[in-house]
Design a protein around this ligand. Structure first.
Ligand code: CAA
Ligand code: FAD
Length: 380
């Protein structure tokens, strides 16, 4: 067993750490307040190769492993989880899905700009009546010979307005259940493609979350990913890797909150001594450190499984379930350690606490991760 990072992974970690401190930190409170999308920061992340990290360089990507990807996700999320969810969706849900299942022509046209950071993408599975119950798709893609006609509504779509390419899951043949679902590549310039209002959110407020409304959108059949009826499997296979990215995001939120709390505990005095000298505070830090380390092992193990070609449905779900709980617990305790200062924006930990919550909800709620985990352990 080898727990060391390679020279390359250490360099990537330093690059992501520097970027987070120098480029994300300065405006993070203002972006959160104003719900401002980090346009310039995303452009720079594209230049650094963070938007297509695992994609083969022949398609414009950085050709790195999943371990490098989770390292970057952790470092960005320590500072700005809004920026990191944009990175996560583009890398794991959009680029990965296209690289593994799209045709060569689709990769040339759509993957190259996405992986090289010239544009960003969105992954559109959730609907008003199909969230956890993802097979209950109401959006339809009716087969009209050489094209589909798409009608329906998607909601909660990350990068909803800022994306150019959308991977949309829709029902073609209801009689076939989930085997009648397709995944289509859509673009927002298609007539009938409407972007709904932006959600006003508790956390990750710098990312733009919108509903999408499709009114008789004509999508050429050449935009379907894979064989007819492959759409649900496409979504599930893609999400299995996406969950590792969100687990890394949760790990980063926890680690960021912990680092701030540790620093504060060495500076703040109460009852004539730094608060770290009160055992109640020191023990909180001990718990946080231990839980973060355990979360990191689960996240890295899931990433390693993916890199080794092992099955990662189980390890990814366990990493997300555990790391998201650690993010919530750690960020809440970090606020507590900051006392009243924890409750105001200048000290950052209240944002970490608000951002942590989403990691227990999107890409499959914690309850859904337990379904995935329990089915996996019980079938063997
Ligand atoms: N890989 C390949 N195939 C898979 C799979 C996987 N990981 N998981 C399921 N499947 C297949 C099954 O084998 C089955 O196919 P067969 O009938 O051919 O065997 C088919 O998919 C249906 O599977 P289930 O019978 O298990 O379906 P279910 O209705 O019981 O639901 C579920 C399973 C795991 C709960 C699924 O619905 C699910 O993951 N729900 C959560 C949805 C979700 O995560 N949404 C996230 C949206 S994206 C997002 O959130 C992005 C963001 O925020 C940034
Ligand atoms: P529901 O499915 O209605 O669940 C409600 C509650 O019931 C939850 O606690 C859930 O765990 C529980 N529950 C449901 N079924 C079961 C069960 N069988 N057993 C036990 N408990 C159960 N979706 C996308 O497709 N693309 C995106 O880019 C995207 N980005 C998002 C960004 C944000 C900020 C948010 C809030 C959501 C985003 N989502 C996205 C949607 C997200 O994936 C869903 O919100 C999530 O899957 C839960 O679905 P739901 O909201 O419909 O909740």
């Amino acid at each position: 067993m080898n727990f060391s990072l390679t020279e390359e992974q250490l360099m990537i970690r330093q690059a992501a750490r520097d970027f987070a401190q120098n480029e994300l930190l300065p405006g993070v409170i203002e972006r959160d307040d104003a719900q401002k999308f980090p346009t310039e920061e995303v452009r720079k992340m594209g230049e650094l190769g963070f938007l297509g990290m695992m994609v083969d360089p022949k398609y414009g990507g950085s050709g790195l492993d999943t371990i490098s990807y989770v390292i970057v996700m952790e470092e960005l999320s320590k500072v700005d989880a809004s920026a990191s969810v944009i990175v996560s969706v583009n890398n794991s849900l959009v680029c990965w899905g296209l690289e593994h299942f799209a045709s060569e022509a689709q990769k040339e046209k759509y993957l190259i700009p996405l992986a090289s950071g010239k544009s960003i993408g969105a992954f559109c599975l959730s609907e008003p009546e199909a969230g956890s119950d993802a097979t209950s798709q109401k959006t339809t893609a009716l087969d009209k010979g050489d094209h589909y006609i798409v009608n329906g509504t998607k909601n909660w779509i990350t990068n909803g307005n800022s994306a150019e390419t959308y991977l949309v899951i829709a029902q073609t043949d209801i009689s076939k259940g989930h085997k009648g679902i397709n995944a289509l590549i859509m673009t927002k310039d298609m007539p009938g493609f409407e972007i709904g209002p932006k959600e006003n959110k508790l956390g990750i407020r710098g990312s733009d979350t919108h509903s999408l409304i499709f009114n008789d959108v004509k999508v050429p059949k050449e935009n379907r990913i894979g064989e007819d009826g492959f759409g649900f499997k496409f979504a599930m296979k893609t999400l299995a890797g996406g969950r590792i990215g969100i687990a890394a995001q949760a790990l980063g939120i926890a680690a960021g909150a912990y680092e701030l709390a540790k620093k504060y505990s060495k500076e703040r005095k109460a009852f004539g001594t730094e608060i770290m000298n009160h055992q109640a505070i020191a023990f909180k830090l001990a718990d946080m450190h231990t839980q973060i380390e355990a979360a990191r092992q689960l996240v890295y193990k899931a990433a390693w499984d993916k890199d080794q070609g092992n099955d990662y449905d189980l390890s990814g779900a366990m990493a997300k379930l555990y790391a998201s709980q650690v993010a919530m617990d750690t960020a809440t305790e970090a606020v507590q350690i900051h006392g009243g200062n924890g409750f105001v924006k200048d000290y950052h930990v209240e944002r970490h606490m608000r951002d942590a919550k989403i990691t227990q909800i999107y890409e499959g709620t914690s309850e859904i991760q337990k379904i995935v985990i329990s089915r996996s352990i019980l079938k063997n």
